[in-house]
Write a protein that binds this ligand. Structure first.
Ligand SMILES: [Zn+2]
Length: 321
């Protein structure tokens, strides 16, 4: 009899942190979790972010004052979550909801789930993407690396009347907003996305992120011809077959299918300037797809608490106003 092994995502091992648990633990326990993520080396005891002193006074409302330099701070001061609007329970719940969304989570949905303003949810989801990007940063790829590109954005709606419709294959009739996401994906390793104008523009980026001893698999796109000069490179011609003697870009394709599902199924439209953030989020989700949701939440939480205040997202709406 053939036995079917249960898919990881259906197993209990994949569900280690639920919203039920988060809301049951209450504000104090959630706060303590953030302290432990911020100061793991002291097991959650406050450390002055300015001078590193571990002696602090507790002043009101979960704020600390450094004994040495009198600096006042909270557990989120100077991190991505600085000047947070949500309670610690809601913030933790937001992380759980966000990592659980296999094709991303819309800010509008998060605002409904947490009963917070849309603006708050919008900025928060972007901060979580920033934490994911930080967790992914600095990865260097080796072994077998699949490289591929796909175009996103710049949709032009066809005119109602056929006679008025333009030939969208012509460059002059396009919006000029189309961008290319190039993914470099190590087999059983990390995935690094980059935003470029045309596929071939990514070759110099390959030099910075892929080891010279790596083997590269790419498709027939002429932009990749230059790769042969620097790496052991194999090509698969997709107009003939998708797998050629073991050479394929299927991992890169599955990355694009996730990013495409995020675009079409969740966000419906991705503004060009944020494409980079969503591309990074899709890479993180692909690379950690077999990590249970408790550990996924911890990875995002630790990365957020170890990060500097967000340059792009701190006080975003104040600046926009
Ligand atoms: Zn201090």
């Amino acid at each position: 009899m053939k036995t079917h092994r249960q898919h990881f995502l259906l197993s209990a091992k994949a569900r280690t942190l639920s919203l039920k648990t988060v809301f049951r633990m209450g504000e104090e326990a959630a706060y303590n979790l953030f302290c432990q993520m911020r100061w793991p080396e002291t097991e959650g005891e406050a450390v002055c972010p300015r001078c590193g002193c571990v002696e602090t006074y507790d002043i009101t409302r979960r704020r600390f004052k450094c004994v040495a330099c009198y600096h006042q701070f909270s557990v989120t001061s100077g991190t991505i979550f600085a000047s947070r609007k949500l309670s610690y329970t809601d913030l933790l719940a937001a992380i759980v909801i966000f990592v659980n969304g296999a094709k991303g989570v819309a800010a509008l949905q998060l605002s409904r789930d947490l009963d917070c303003q849309y603006k708050t949810a919008f900025v928060l989801t972007h901060k979580l993407r920033e934490a994911m990007a930080k967790e992914q940063a600095g990865a260097k790829l080796d072994g077998i690396v699949e490289i591929d590109g796909a175009y996103f954005g710049g949709y032009v709606k066809p005119e109602n009347e056929k006679a008025d419709r333009k030939d969208l294959r012509l460059k002059a009739n396009r919006s000029g907003k189309r961008q290319c996401v190039v993914i470099m994906r190590e087999r059983n390793g990390r995935s690094l996305p980059f935003i470029v104008r045309h596929e071939g523009d990514a070759v110099p980026l390959v030099r910075d992120h892929v080891g010279t001893l790596a083997t590269i698999y790419a498709d027939e796109g002429t932009g990749w011809d230059d790769l042969h000069a620097g790496w052991d490179t194999y090509r698969v011609n997709h107009s003939e077959r998708f797998m050629d003697k073991g050479v394929c870009t299927n991992q890169a394709e599955s990355y694009f299918s996730r990013l495409r599902r995020m675009e079409v199924g969740t966000h419906h439209h991705i503004a060009g300037k944020y494409l980079n953030a969503y591309a990074g989020e899709a890479a993180w989700r692909e690379d950690h797809r077999r990590t249970d949701n408790g550990n996924q939440a911890a990875m995002v939480g630790f990365a957020a608490m170890a990060s500097k205040q967000s340059r792009q997202w701190a006080g975003y709406w104040q600046r926009a106003a």
